[in-house]
Design a binder for this molecule. Sequence first.
Ligand SMILES: [Zn+2]
Length: 339
Amino acid sequence: MKKSVKILLVVLACVLVIGGTVGGYIGYTHTYHPSKWLVEGDDAAEDIALADSIDTLDMMANTWQEAVPQTEIYNLIEAHFNAPLPEGKTAKKAIVIGYDGCRVDMFRFIGNAKRTAIGTLLADGGQAVFSYCGGVPYPAENTQATSTAPGWCSMLTGVLADQHGVTNNGQPKPVEPKTLLLSLPESGKIDKSAFYVSWDGHFSKKNATYINEKTYAKENGVNATFCRALSDAGTKKNILSDLRKEDCSDFIFLTLEYTDHTGHRSGFGPQNPKYVSAFRDAEDAGLSFIETIENRATYDSEDWLILITTDHGGIGGSHGGPSFEERMTFIVSNKEVLA
Ligand SMILES: [Zn+2]
C-alpha cells in the first residue's frame, strides 16, 4: 500500500472514531440531561422485578407492605390548613405536584441528587412513603380502576369511587362530595385555589371529571381557578406565573403528563429510557416550582406544605388493572408529616 493511502485511511479512521464518540455523547446528553442528574445507575435499564427493585429504595419511610392509601393526600392538606399558624408565620400555602402515571421505581434514579424535586424535598427534611391506588392495598383485588380520574378524585375528595362516583375517566363527578379546590375557599380556610393541567379529561370536555365543579365555582363565585394549557410546558408556565405573584393561590393542585403519555406511547418502567427521561422532565418542572416557592419574597413568613405524588403506575403500555406495577404509588412531602 502506498504511504499516502495509508495516511488517508488513518485519518478516515480517526474521523469516524471521534465523530462517533461526539455524536453518541450528544445523543446521550439530549436524552438523559447528565449535567443535571449526577446519579449512579443512569444506564441501569436491566429488568428487575418491581418488588425487588423497590425494596432497595432506602429513602422510603415505610415498606411497600405498609403503603398508605392515596386518600392520605386529602388528609394531609386538610390537616395543614386546620392546624394553627406556626410561630412567626402569617400565611398557609400548599401545593400538590402530580406526576401522572409515574411508577415508584423511578425513585432509583434519584439517588441523593439535590438537583431534583424529590431529592430536594428529602434533603430539606421531607419524607417519602409508598402509597397505593385501586381502593385497597395490594395484593387484595382492587376495588376501583387504577386510572387517572378515580385516582386524583380520591386524593382531592378523601373518599373512594364508591362515594365520589368516579369509577373511570369520562364520568363527570356530581358537585358533592366537593374537592379541596372548592371546599377550602368555600369554608374560608383559604382565599383562593387553582387547578393546573393540560389533560382535557379533568375539566375541559362535556364528560370531564370536574366539569360540574368548574361550573359551580363560576356560578357561586367560589375563588377557584380551573386552568388548562395545551401541554406540560404550558402548565409549567402557568404555575410559575402564579407562584411569582405576591398573592399567589393558597392551594395549588396540578398534574403533569410527561410520564403517563410516554408510558402509553412506549412503555411504563425503568427498562424504557424514554420513560426515565420523561420522569426527569417532570422532576425538572417540579424543581422549578419548589425553587420559585423558596424564592418568594414572603417565603419566610409562609407555612408551605409541598407534596409530590402520582395517581397510578403502569405496566407495558397501559394501566387501569390490578397488577403490582399499576397499584404502587408514592407520596413525598417537604416536612415530617408522613410517618
Ligand atoms: Zn393518570
